[in-house]
Design a protein around this ligand. Sequence first.
Ligand code: NDP
Length: 242
Amino acid sequence: MISLSKKIVVTGSNRGIGYAICKRLAEDGFDIVMIDYDSEVINTAKTIKTENNSAEGIVCDVSDYSSCQKAFEYYNKDDIYGVVNNAGINRDTLFINMNYDQWDKVIKTDLYSVFNITKTFIDSMIKNNCGRIVNVSSASWQGNIGQANYASAKAGIIGFTKTLARELGKYNIKTNAIVPGFIKTPMTDNVPDNIKDKFIEKIPLKKIGLPEDVANTVSFLMNEKSGYINGTLIEVGGGLVL
Ligand code: NDP
């Protein structure tokens, strides 16, 4: 349990991994700002509020810089401690079939969002001389067939993470990335069973991960006990990538 009021912003949090992250951080005692472009996030926030924390939902398209600026224009950012850049989408298809829209939408949602949201809160974190940034990448960052758009965005996140770790360390802000493998969420629910089985075969632990597996790792990275970890990637994939 933490003693000070500390607020953490989590993007793409109305469902899946983002929701699990918010729930876990709320249980840890953090105040939570849930961001999603689904307006249902306002009600979803009520489900993670506990006696010890506050939770609010904010509707914002994180792929759009002006939407982020507008959503937080009059917001008091003084007690922002952490940012979790989790929002992401995929539009998988072979590069030869990929159209500009599929490229553009994924790059904007998965990579530009990381700039847009971090930029929104970074001045306050620097002023506080403390903070944590956790960026959610993917095992696909090393390249994956059918994911030229997604892999490019997720690799970009790694470069961003390592750069911020170098630039912001002197302000006591630690920046790290999580690299999930195959996690059971609405994003992966429509993957055909035969493909899922192939993944399970490749995973040494022989099972698909749960959103809570990622959430527990974010909780660790937000905890003061992980305070000397900066600029690293933590794989949460049961050994999918070794
Ligand atoms: P989901 O699709 O289940 O959830 C993503 C959430 O992000 C949704 O609530 C969605 O809103 C929201 N969102 C999407 N675009 C925007 C936007 N422009 N602005 C605001 N909110 C947005 O995905 P997961 O939980 O599976 O994935 C979370 C992260 O983890 C992603 O970055 C993904 O790439 C990454 N990841 C996931 C893996 C997996 O196996 N699931 C593996 C590796 C990485 P809405 O519901 O309205 O669409």
